[in-house]
Design a protein around this ligand. Structure first.
Ligand SMILES: [Fe+2]
Ligand SMILES: [Fe+2]
Length: 178
């Protein structure tokens, strides 16, 4: 069983992860509109990850006999003045999510809910990766500046993103996991 306070915080985080999913889907559409299909592909993978993040919390709440309460999603940004701005926003958004995970971990500790620690540690580690990857791309975009060739090279590079087989983020592996 999960306590009321942590349950509410987890339901809030399910919403935050689904908002991330929605935000990144908007970025997918934006990148396609700029003919940056590689960036759109990378962001499509990222959106997929966010959906899985939401489901990890969703399943945890159900397994702990809590009630999943899906909330309205906030209307987030749907357009950007440049690809650079979109990547900067993605990086900023991941920093916000890291703060959410920290708060969630803090609440779990205050509530002495040690059962949720492995899951929350997984999320903390994941946030290190999310900030590193989006921060790196945003920095590379800044380096590229107005150089179209650099933009195309980066776009081709981001087109290569794959989920490693058997990774917990691979949709097949996730559906088969314990
Ligand atoms: Fe996430
Ligand atoms: Fe990730």
């Amino acid at each position: 069983m999960i306590g009321e306070r942590l349950l509410k915080a987890m339901n809030d985080q399910i919403k935050n992860e689904l908002e991330s999913y929605y935000l990144y889907l908007s970025m997918v559409a934006f990148f396609h509109s700029r003919n940056l299909d590689g960036m759109a592909h990378w962001m499509r993978c990222q959106a997929h990850e966010e959906q899985i993040h939401a489901m990890k919390l969703f399943d945890h709440v159900i397994d702990r006999s809590g009630k999943v309460e899906l909330q309205n999603l906030a209307q987030l940004k749907t357009d950007w003045s440049s690809p650079l701005e979109a990547w900067q926003d993605a990086y900023q958004h991941e920093q916000l999510i890291s703060g959410n995970i920290n708060d969630l971990t803090h609440i779990a500790r205050e509530e002495k809910d040690y059962t949720s620690e492995p899951l929350l540690a997984w999320f903390s580690n994941e946030q290190i990766e999310e900030e590193a990857s989006t921060g790196k791309i945003a920095a590379e975009m800044e380096m590229v500046g107005d150089a179209k060739t650099g933009l195309l090279i980066l776009d081709r590079e981001l087109a290569a993103r794959v989920f490693p087989a058997g990774s917990p983020l691979d949709p097949v592996a996730y559906s088969q996991a314990g």
